[in-house]
Design a protein around this ligand. Sequence first.
Ligand code: FAD
Length: 368
Amino acid sequence: MKAIILGGGVSGCVAARELTQRNFEVTLIEKNNYLGGGCHTFFWGGHPYTEGPRPLHVINDRIFNYINDIVPMRLFHLYLDTYIEQDRSFYSFPIHWDDIQQMPDKEKILKELDDLPEHNDAKNLEDGWLNAVGPTLYEKYVKTYTEKMWEIESNKVFEDYAWTVKGRPIQKGDRTVELATGKPDHAYPIEETGYNRFFEYCVKDTKVILGKEIEKVNLKKKAVYLEGEEFCADIIISTIALDDLMGNEFGKLRYMGRDFYPIVFPVEHLFKDGHHFIHYPNCEKYTRIVEYKNITGHVSKDSLVVMEIPSHSNKLYPYKIKSETEKAEKYINSLPDGIYSIGRLGTYRYLNIGQCFENVWELMERIF
Ligand SMILES: Cc1cc2nc3c(=O)[nH]c(=O)nc-3n(C[C@H](O)[C@H](O)[C@H](O)COP(=O)(O)OP(=O)(O)OC[C@H]3O[C@@H](n4cnc5c(N)ncnc54)[C@H](O)[C@@H]3O)c2cc1C
C-alpha cells in the first residue's frame, strides 16, 4: 500500500513513522527544505532556537517515551513572566496572588476580586476573564495582549473563554505553570539540535521530498502534483491547511502568524532565575520574548533572545471563532474516503505537540 503525507511537521513525521512501521510505502512532501515545521531547531550566532518556544507539555508517558527513546529529553518546570508597563514591574504568569499584594492598585483589585460572580458562565473571552479576575487585572494582563495577538478590536469576538490556565486564573504558592500535578511536566531534548534528529529518525524509511510546495491535489483520484509530476497513493494524510488542500473551495480560513527576530545579548543570563519567556501585554508591537538557553540548555557567555511580532506571513494560529471553526468543519466533512486531514493546520485546532501525537495515533486506530 502507498501513502502520501503532505507536510513534514510533528504530525507528518510521526504519521510517516507509524505508516512505515505498518509496511506502507510512504512519500512525504514538505515545502521547507527542513523537517519539523516550527519545532525545527535553527542556529543564530551559534545559539539553537525554534520558532517560538516549543517545549513538550508532557500529557502522558507514552508521548514522552516516544521521543525520549530516540532523543533524550530533560524535564523541567516552566516559568513565565509578564511585564506590566503601568506598574513598571515584572510579575509571574499565571497571575499570582503574591504579586497582587505588591501592586500599586492592590486595594481596588482586591475589592474587584471580592465582587466576582460565583459562576463564570461567560460567552466570550473578555467576559470570561472579567468574571474570573475583574477589570483591573484583565486590563493589565490580558486585554491588549490578546487584541494585538489576534489583531482584533475587542476580545468579545472570541466565543470561547480560552487563553488562560483553565480553572485557576489566580495562582497561589508555587509559581510554575504546571497544571495538574505540580511536578515538572515540560520537556525538551538534551541535544543542541533539539527535535531535529527525532524528525529524521521518523522518516528514515520514507521517501522525503523537501523544498517543494504542492501545486494541486486531486482528492478523488488521490493524486498530488509537483512540478508537473503526478504522485498517486492509496491514502493521503494531509497536515497542511485545509483551505490550501481543497483549493479554497469554501473560502480562505483565517490565521494569525508571527515574525521571529533573533537578538544576541552580551550577557550570560538575561531573564530572572532562568525563567523561560516574558509576555508583553502593553502597547509595544511584540507579544513575547524568549531566552532560548533556558529551554535548550545551551551554555555560552552570551544569550539569544527571540522577539515575536504578530503578522500574516505564516499560518500558525487558527481563529477560535464560530464562523471560522464552522468553515473548517465544512472542509473536514467534505473530505473523500482515503483522505485524512490531521495536525494543527489540518484540524484547525489549537493543538500542542503532544496533542499532535495523539491525533496521529487516533487516526492509526481509525485506519487499521
Ligand atoms: C509560536 C508557537 C509556539 C508553540 N509552542 C508550543 C509549546 O511550547 N509546546 C507545545 O506542546 N506546543 C507548542 N506549539 C504548538 C505545536 O508546536 C504545534 O501544534 C505543532 O508543531 C504542529 O505540528 P503539525 O505538524 O501539526 O503542523 P506544522 O508544524 O504546521 O506542520 C505542517 C507542515 O506542512 C508544511 N506545509 C504547509 N503547506 C504546505 C504545502 N502547500 N506544501 C508542502 N508543505 C506544506 C509546513 O511547512 C509545515 O512543515 C506552538 C505553536 C506555535 C505556533
